[in-house]
Design a protein around this ligand. Sequence first.
Ligand code: GDP
Ligand code: MN
Length: 397
Amino acid sequence: MDIHEYQAKEILAGYGVPVPRGGLAYSPEQAAYRAREIGGNKWVVKAQVHTGGRGKAGGVKLCGNEHEVYDAADEMFGKRLVTHQSGPEGKIVYRVYVEGAVHILKEIYLGFVLDRKTERVMVVASAAGGMEIEDIAADKPDTLIRSVVEPAVGMQAFQAREIAFGLGIPGEHVQKAVSLIMGCYKALESLDANMVEINPLVITEEGVIALDAKMTFDDNALFRHPSIAELRDKSQEDSRETRAADRGLSYVGLTGNIGCIVNGAGLAMATMDMIKLAGGEPANFLDIGGGATPDRVAKAFRLVMSDDNVQAILVNIFAGINRCDWVAEGIVQALEKNPVHVPLVVRLAGTHVEEGRRILARSGLPIIRANTLAEAAERAVQAWKNDVNLKQPKAVA
Ligand code: GDP
Ligand code: MN
């Protein structure tokens, strides 16, 4: 789970990491008020969205008076911020963070990630800050400092000192940098974060300060940290995936037109491959899991149908623990409540398959049946193509 910059800063501040003074705003009036509260004569207005690269996309504005703060915030609210990291749909700005501006002497990159190869937390740092880590790795790989933390003892002060010296932090600020680095590690470790990124960490006349902060958390550990779980901002997530998670279904939204309802992640992958092979594009990956009740299947159907991109549906079930008759009942239930206006292909195999097929046949619903996975994918793509052609308004000469 991702959180906002202002939330990450509040957490890190609790672990002794210095951050600029700031305040959150939900309106331009509030943003101007926050600037007055903070004081000083320069502020930065920052769009709070779950994506990086805001600076280059107009999501970070330096302001010299309250009117500019108001205008910058006014410009950002409700805007769909598209950055090179956000994907083409971008993220809508509902909150802005106002901070007292900082006079920067030097920008540094500091990241804490889980390194799968060493199975350890790795600190990655570079004195070539103000750039994305991917660009640093590509253009200035020799500036990268890597340091692996031994989990049995945690991050050691000597390691943090090595990193600080490696970054060329001036002697009088080294101690502050060491406690900043140790604080970030402590936060990552105690809160089950997957990643902490300070980009940029800046050196000022007074010391070091985290100018930007990003944290992501292990979803599977959120139950241990209710106060972190509360920070979830659903407005920043794919609404299809959020709705599915709320219903206990595993769903990944994709960009094609064929909705897939499948049991098991492996079968879902195979189904998507077969759809592509048949010349189609999957609209999603939906795994109803083992032991799916009719009610659960009906929920899955409604979820897939709520996606406007879906122009055909393929149900592919290989029932082991699952039962084909339950899946069939779920399909019938869902369709009786909400008829679908797109072609529906169903392939059932495994436990209680005969009963499942009987239920579908008896229902009299316009279901295209298939026996094998290849057949199902081909029929779904074919039916989708025919249906789209049929619905296409004829070109007027
Ligand atoms: P990102 O583009 O989403 O990563 O947003 P950042 O918070 O990293 O801001 C982008 C850039 O804006 C930073 O790299 C800084 O160069 C600049 N910036 C942000 N805050 C300040 C500030 O207080 N003072 C100055 N001078 N520049 C800032
Ligand atoms: Mn940044």
